[in-house]
Design a protein. Structure first.
Length: 201
């Protein structure tokens, strides 16, 4: 019990420290108000068979750092069990998607990825970036039950919050808080303006 408590305290401290330089992410109003989520997000992690609902932001726009630590836990690396602070911008993207599609949950297919797991995946020939944003808590591969990947990718791109990746033979899409870019598709309204890239997957 003592070890568990100390581990959660350490993670909470990491979340708070990681929040300091992320001024862009702390301003959730960057997502247009009409598209912004309600501050409540339900995540399901199939590989861990874990599901939880998080009330991460109050009506005044304040974030609950304790809840952010809980989100970091469900995002933990599947190989090492290591948790890492998750960018509030990424949380807001998932919340906006969940609310837009009136979904019961967001399914986390790939969440935080430790450097060890990223190296392992590269050695296995998986197409992952050397400096993946998954390693910074700024990316997730997600599914939305009942929503087509086509509509999901288009709405994620419409948020204009970062990268969106689409894979024709996969059940999920990639979202992150990196540069505005796409891969696997080119949104019709943005042809020639959005940079296609695989650099930050």
């Amino acid at each position: 019990m003592i070890r568990t408590h100390l581990a959660r305290v350490a993670l909470l401290a990491l979340v708070i420290l990681a929040s300091l330089p992320l001024c862009r992410s702390l301003l959730a109003a960057e997502i247009p108000p009409a598209l912004r989520g309600d501050g409540e997000l339900t995540l399901y992690r199939p590989v861990k068979n874990e599901r939880a609902t998080f009330h991460y932001r109050d009506g005044n726009g304040n974030y609950d750092e304790g809840v952010r630590a809980d989100i970091a836990h469900i995002f933990r690396c599947r190989l090492t069990g290591e948790a890492h602070a998750i960018d509030t911008g990424l949380i807001e993207i998932m919340d906006a998607i969940e609310d837009h599609f009136k979904a019961d949950e967001i399914r986390l297919i790939s969440a935080y990825r430790s450097p060890e797991r990223n190296i392992l995946m590269r050695r296995q020939g998986r197409r992952v970036a050397k400096r993946s944003l998954h390693m910074e808590g700024r990316a997730a591969d997600i599914e939305v039950p009942g929503a087509s990947r086509y509509k999901l990718r288009n709405f994620a791109h419409a948020l204009q919050q970062g990268g969106v990746g689409y894979y024709r033979n996969r059940s999920f899409i990639h979202v992150d808080t990196g540069e505005l870019r796409t891969w696997g598709f080119t949104p019709a309204p943005a042809r020639g303006r959005v940079k296609p890239a695989m650099s930050y997957k």
